[in-house]
Design a protein around this ligand. Structure first.
Ligand code: PGA
Length: 251
């Protein structure tokens, strides 16, 4: 049975002391959330070590937001999967639309990154999602199918145990515009079908698929009630512990 997860993507927000404080608040309030719901915070690289200290022995797991596409060496400014593991991080987000849009992240680079992350023992939250032009042109199913296939078809059913998919329509990220529960559900069902075609129905059924894009306490319940929506990847609302935990209480 797949797991419900709520993951907070802090993006490039908070200083280290602010992030440590936020992590402490999330830990404190996490006691209100049913034990079976997975909780993850994805912090900036600089915050991983101190936040790992805060999360030690708690149910809240630590994630990075990206990793290098090389193992180690002369790659100034990059952070390797080995470095992430050494901080205590258990996860990394990969392929976020902001990375695809602003930093030239493409599917082939993502294959390398997912490969390295899994080999290092990290779990991966792989993001897919169409932009506004693609949705208006009616290409959203095709775009999401292609992004999913281009990366995940390089992996095995065994690898899928350590991969979560996040559907994040780019037009809904940070815009206040949420996909309707129906719009999200139909894409989630499509992603599950794409996974089933390669890995079989059982693996598809066991894979957690998160929704992301202006998810907040007021709309999470309706989204999470959909049969193929297993939780959320939360940006803006993850910066307030009350809102983040409010979302996690919405199953
Ligand atoms: P948002 O961001 O919740 O601020 O829309 C979601 C994300 O990009 O992960």
């Amino acid at each position: 049975m797949r797991k419900n997860i709520v993951a907070g993507n802090w993006k490039m927000n908070t200083t280290v002391p602010e992030g440590v404080q936020l992590a402490k608040e999330v830990v404190e309030k996490s006691k209100e959330v049913p034990a079976e719901v997975g909780l993850i915070v994805a912090t900036p690289f600089t915050h991983l070590c101190p936040v790992a200290e805060v999360l030690k022995g708690t149910r809240v797991e630590l994630s990075a937001q990206n990793c290098a596409d090389k193992e180690k060496g002369a790659y100034t400014g990059e952070v390797s999967v080995g470095m992430l593991v050494s901080t205590g991080a258990k996860w990394t987000i990969l392929g976020h639309s902001e990375r695809r849009q602003y930093y030239g992240e493409n599917d082939s680079k993502l294959v390398d990154k997912v490969q390295l992350a899994l080999a290092a023992g990290l779990k991966v939250i792989l993001c897919v999602g169409e932009n506004l032009d693609e949705r208006e042109a009616g290409k959203h199913f095709d775009v999401v199918k292609t992004q999913t296939e281009n990366v995940l078809y390089h992996f095995t059913a065994e690898d899928m145990k350590n991969i979560v998919v996040a559907y994040e329509p780019v037009w809904a990220i940070g815009t206040g515009k949420t996909a309707t529960a129906e719009q999200a559900q139909e894409i989630h069902a499509c992603i599950r079908k794409v996974l089933a075609a390669k890995f079989g129905a059982q693996v598809a059924d066991d894979t957690t698929i998160l929704y992301g894009g202006s998810c907040k306490p007021s709309n999470a319940k309706e989204l999470f009630a959909q049969p193929d929506i297993d939780g959320g990847l939360i940006g803006g609302a993850a910066l307030k512990a009350d809102d983040f935990i409010g979302i996690a209480m919405s199953f």
